[in-house]
Design a binder for this molecule. Structure first.
Ligand SMILES: NC(=O)c1ccc[n+]([C@@H]2O[C@H](COP(=O)([O-])OP(=O)(O)OC[C@H]3O[C@@H](n4cnc5c(N)ncnc54)[C@H](OP(=O)(O)O)[C@@H]3O)[C@@H](O)[C@H]2O)c1
Length: 405
């Protein structure tokens, strides 16, 4: 196995293609396809070794089937948008190809994401003898694997509380911009929050719970409880879990912009009439905002993303944090990408390498925490995302541990 087809030549897809092109021992054949051929041409120029490119509309199953039949990849990595997950999975089934992505399916007309739509493909992938690997970015992705590592390597006997903590302490110098696809990002952060406790999902109004979290190499930052998809799969796969929450940092200016967009209807998904034409406010807003791939130049600061785990070991309470810190300027020097695209784009390359080497295997639909964690973390560290494990004393995360949920 050495032939990979990447669909989606955006900010994160560019990183996937470039990193694959740096490792021709593993990826002998690399093909990148996207909605616009210009996007592929731009990425191909950045790659250290030659890659093949094509135009494809991934909403169209037959186009993707034809592309798979032409390229004959061992694995298709979907780096397009969550809307394309199901058509691409359908195409993989029709053409007999293994599948990987970094974000779960979302219907276009409702800002809602959950795994049910993709988990429903379990029997079809299994019966076809194919593998689908879901959520192999950073979060979801590496954060799931940090939890799996703590469980598989015996850091805990039982992990009872998980806080996934995501901080971007970078500065791109723009008044307002999102670090990944604006439409997907705004849909994610403006929907109601949700966390899981004692077997139940608890919903809260959007951005209504806030605390200070002390992030390695960054320091204390205001962080908001939002819902994130890896909570849904970790609840199934981490034994003994009592609570899981997800926190993300947002600056004051970001929150202010969100409030204004929301109050004047700019994040709406229902079409409105403009000069006789139907336009969807959220899609219009997306076109006004800078694309994430344009932010890398002069971006300063770091991302600090990880998991804070509390549980027991040998009858004693234990708290640990597992995390990665990435520097926007360094990732830009390496692959002309800011750190959010980098932390999203490097993990699928390691996941693909795990799959090609047979370290991750099985027929059906899998979340990444179901596979061996350690070889993945060793691989992804070599490709640019080292991980660190530290002990956490109660006082280190006083505010976070005091939040009543
Ligand atoms: N797990 C994580 O940690 C994580 C973090 C951030 C983002 N993500 C996910 O990563 C994915 C990419 O994000 P991004 O920041 O790279 O966004 P982006 O820069 O907007 O890139 C998305 C790309 O998808 C392509 N595309 C859209 N519709 C398509 C279609 N119908 N057919 C073929 N290609 C199509 C676009 O291609 P053209 O340029 O050719 O038009 C665009 O370049 C998203 O699914 C996002 O949710 C995951």
């Amino acid at each position: 196995m050495d032939n990979v087809l990447i669909i989606g030549a955006g900010a994160a897809g560019s990183v996937v293609a470039q990193k694959c092109a740096m490792d021709r021992d593993t990826f002998k054949h690399i093909h990148l396809a996207s909605r616009r051929i210009e996007s592929c041409e731009k990425v191909a120029k950045l790659c250290q070794t030659p890659i093949e490119i094509s135009q494809v509309d991934a909403d169209n199953v037959e186009e993707v089937v034809a592309l798979i039949n032409k390229v004959k990849p061992d694995l298709l990595i979907n780096m397009a948008l969550p809307y394309q997950d199901l058509p691409i999975m359908d195409a993989c089934l029709e053409a007999g190809c293994n599948y990987m992505d970094t974000a779960n399916y979302e219907p276009r007309d409702v800002a809602k994401f959950e795994y049910s739509w993709q988990w429903a493909y379990q029997d079809r992938f299994k019966d076809a003898g194919l593998t689908a690997i879901l959520g192999c970015g950073f979060d979801p992705g590496v954060t799931n694997i940090y939890c799996a590592y703590a469980q598989q390597e015996g850091l805990f006997d039982e992990i009872e509380f998980i806080d996934i903590v995501d901080c971007n302490a970078g500065d791109h110098g723009k008044t307002f911009a999102t670090n990944f696809n604006p439409e997907i990002n705004l849909r994610e952060v403006t929907q109601d929050g949700k966390y899981w406790k004692d077997g139940e999902w608890i919903e809260i109004p959007a951005l209504s719970i806030k605390t200070m979290i002390d992030y390695p190499e960054v320091g204390p930052k205001a962080s908001y409880l939002i819902y994130h998809e890896e909570e849904e799969s970790l609840v199934k796969h981490i034994k003994g879990l009592k609570q899981i929450r997800f926190w993300m940092t947002f600056g004051e200016a970001y929150i202010k912009h969100l409030e204004v967009f929301k109050s004047i209807g700019l994040i709406g998904l229902e079409p409105i009439k403009h000069k006789g034409m139907d336009i969807i406010p959220m899609e219009f807003l997306k076109d006004l905002l800078p694309p994430p791939s344009s932010l890398a130049e002069n971006y300063t600061g770091k991302t600090s993303i990880g998991v804070i785990l509390r549980g027991t070991k040998d009858g004693q309470p234990v708290s640990k944090m597992i995390y990665n810190v990435s520097d926007h300027a360094k990732t830009n020097d390496e692959v002309s990408a800011q750190a959010v695209s980098y932390t999203t784009g490097v993990p699928p390359v390691s996941g693909a390498a795990m799959f090609f080497r047979g370290e991750w295997s099985g027929h059906g639909v899998f979340n990444v925490e179901q596979f061996p964690a350690k070889p993945f973390l060793e691989d992804v560290a070599q490709r640019g995302l080292p991980w660190h494990v530290i002990d956490v004393d109660g006082g280190d995360q006083e505010d976070l541990f005091a939040v009543e949920t």
